[in-house]
Structures are given as structure tokens and as C-alpha cells.
Design a protein around this ligand. Structure first.
Ligand code: CP
Ligand code: NVA
Length: 309
């Protein structure tokens, strides 16, 4: 098992380039021949804790477990005892007695790291305020699929320096890609994450660059990526953010500055007319639905690597 040394998937920063490549090769096989994996996780179970809404993550993990012969159980944090004050520690201990893995989507990143610390079974980060590793791994898998290879390509991220931006910066160096980020000054990615990603990039021979203007980041890029301006939990700031992100919409004019073969990506859900123009989201550059589909294949590979030991 190429992920032998990992109990959990918390951050792409924890993975080596070889481990990411092994995941992609497995995901490729799972996608091409799903029938071969029909009972690969027979009898295995996954608990899925959600503090936030989800369409893709919930459905792809649930369907993925079923397609591998196992079972996933959906736990809204409002309905389990966490919502009434049971500790993360006790929840991790108890769930570990029932299930073979835990997937969690939380506000605080520390909730997921604490679950992982106390659970004896694998814990998978299904998005926190800080990171969204399953999505970024899927995104680079999708780039690899579209271009045949990731090495030497440039991804330009335009918008909020949020969880998506952080995980994409961590992923770039692992797949040999340069990452350029353009955000309004008050919405830059966290300095600690940029610093860690830059170290990884230096070791990998790639670059991480931060800009103030979308045009600078996008010039010649092979992938143009954006995400919502107000993430889950930031609903109260949505109007202010719409004003602060003026000029950061991904438009056909912006796409025209990218490489001639550039693709447009978005983790979804997207807001046409806000962070992305509808002519881009639904235009020839867009691979958003292939990207969404790949969540299923890549997560099945993650489940195989972590739950099958
Ligand atoms: N991209 C993503 O994680 O989507 P959901 O919030 O619908 O799970
Ligand atoms: N940045 C977004 C991603 C949603 C998949 C959020 O955290 O809401």
C-alpha cells in the first residue's frame, strides 16, 4: 500500500509527490474499470460528519462507499450528540468502535485534527475553513486527465485566499505545477500556508506567486480557477465581499489572456455573475462537471488506500 505511513488524509502538505501519483494511478484504474472494485471494501463502513452543507462531497463519498461494497452513514452535527456538547474526543473513540473510517466537514480545522488524534480509524478531511484536500487532489487529477501530464503547467487561482486556494497551493508542488494567486489585498491566503507551500515548491522546482491583479496571475496560465467569494460560514459578509471582489470575476476577456488551450475550473457550487461570468462557466474552457464527477473516482481511490489496510 503506497499510503502505508498515513492513517489519515488531513492536508495535501502531508503527502509526497509519489503518494499523490500513486493515488492518481489508482483513481485512473477505478474510473476505467469500476467493476473490478465492486467488493474491494466489502463489509467496511464510513461515518460522515457534516457541520456544513454539501452536495458533491456527501453524495460522492456515499455513492463511492456503496460502489466499493461498503456502507456510508450520514451524520449531521446537529443531529448527533456533538450538537449537544459531547466532546470530539468521545465521539472519535465511540465511532472508532463502530466504523472503519470517518470523513468530516467542519468549520474549525482543529476539529478534524482532533478527531484524527483520538480516532483509531482513518479520518478524511472533507473540508474545513482552512483546507479542502479531496477537492484539490481531484482538481489536479482532472488537469492531468485533460493535459495528459501536469509537469510544468501553471494554475492561476483568482478570488478569495480561502480553503480552496490553500489546498491548491499545497497541491501544485506535489504535481510539478506552478501556482499563481490573485486576490484583493485583504483576502490573501494565510501567510503560514504560503510559506509552507513556497518551501515545498522550492524543493520541487516549481513556484508559488501572489499577485494583486487577476490579469497578472492569468497571463499564459493553463488552468484558471476560482471559488465563491463568501464561503460557508461567511454569509453575513456576502454583500461586503461582492464590493471588495469587484474586478475579480473570471470573464471571457480574462480567459483570453490565458494559454490558448486553457481550461476553467471551479470546485462548485458557483455563482454565475459573481466570481465567474456565465459565458466562462458554461463556455468552451469549462471542465466543471468533469471535475465534479472526478470527486467520485478520486475519493474511491482515497478510501481504498486508507480503509483497506
Ligand atoms: N466542491 C464541494 O466540496 O462541493 P460540496 O460543498 O457540494 O460538497
Ligand atoms: N470555499 C468554499 C468551498 C465550497 C466547496 C467554502 O468553504 O464554502
Amino acid at each position: 500500500n503506497p499510503w502505508q505511513r498515513h492513517k489519515d488524509l488531513i492536508s495535501i502538505h502531508d503527502l509526497t509527490a509519489e503518494e499523490v501519483e500513486a493515488l492518481f494511478q489508482l483513481a485512473e484504474n477505478v474510473k476505467a474499470r469500476p467493476d473490478r472494485y465492486r467488493s474491494a471494501l466489502a463489509g467496511k463502513t464510513l461515518a460522515m460528519i457534516f457541520e456544513k452543507a454539501s452536495t458533491r462531497t456527501r453524495v460522492s463519498f456515499e455513492v463511492g462507499m456503496y460502489q466499493l461494497g461498503g456502507l456510508a452513514t450520514f451524520l449531521s452535527s446537529r443531529d448527533i450528540q456533538i450538537g449537544r456538547g459531547e466532546t470530539i474526543h468521545d465521539t472519535a473513540k465511540v465511532l472508532s468502535r463502530y466504523v472503519d473510517g470517518i470523513m468530516a466537514r467542519t468549520f474549525a480545522h482543529e476539529t478534524v485534527t482532533e478527531l484524527a488524534r483520538h480516532a483509531t480509524v482513518p479520518v478524511i478531511n472533507g473540508l474545513t475553513d482552512l483546507l479542502h484536500p479531496c477537492q484539490a487532489l481531484t482538481d489536479y487529477f482532472t488537469v492531468r486527465e485533460k493535459f495528459g501530464n501536469t509537469k510544468g503547467l501553471t494554475l492561476a487561482y483568482v478570488g478569495d485566499g480561502n480553503n480552496m486556494c490553500h489546498s491548491l497551493m499545497f497541491g501544485g508542488p506535489k504535481v510539478g505545477m506552478h501556482v499563481r494567486v490573485a486576490t484583493p489585498r485583504d483576502y490573501r491566503p494565510k501567510a503560514e500556508i504560503v510559506e509552507l507551500a513556497k518551501k515545498d515548491a522550492a524543493a520541487a522546482g516549481t513556484t508559488i506567486e501572489i499577485f494583486d491583479r487577476p490579469e497578472e496571475a492569468v497571463a499564459g496560465a493553463h488552468v484558471v480557477y476560482t471559488d465563491v467569494w463568501a464561503s460557508m460560514g461567511q454569509e453575513a459578509e456576502a454583500e461586503k465581499r461582492k464590493r471588495d471582489f469587484a474586478g475579480f470575476q473570471v470573464t471571457p476577456e480574462l480567459m483570453a489572456l490565458a494559454d490558448r488551450k486553457a481550461i476553467f475550473m471551479h470546485c462548485l457550487p458557483c455563482h454565475r455573475g459573481e466570481e465567474v461570468h456565465e459565458a466562462v462557466a458554461d463556455g468552451p474552457w469549462s471542465v466543471i462537471f468533469d471535475e465534479a464527477e472526478n470527486r467520485l473516482h478520486v475519493q474511491k481511490a482515497i478510501l481504498l488506500l486508507l480503509l483497506n489496510r
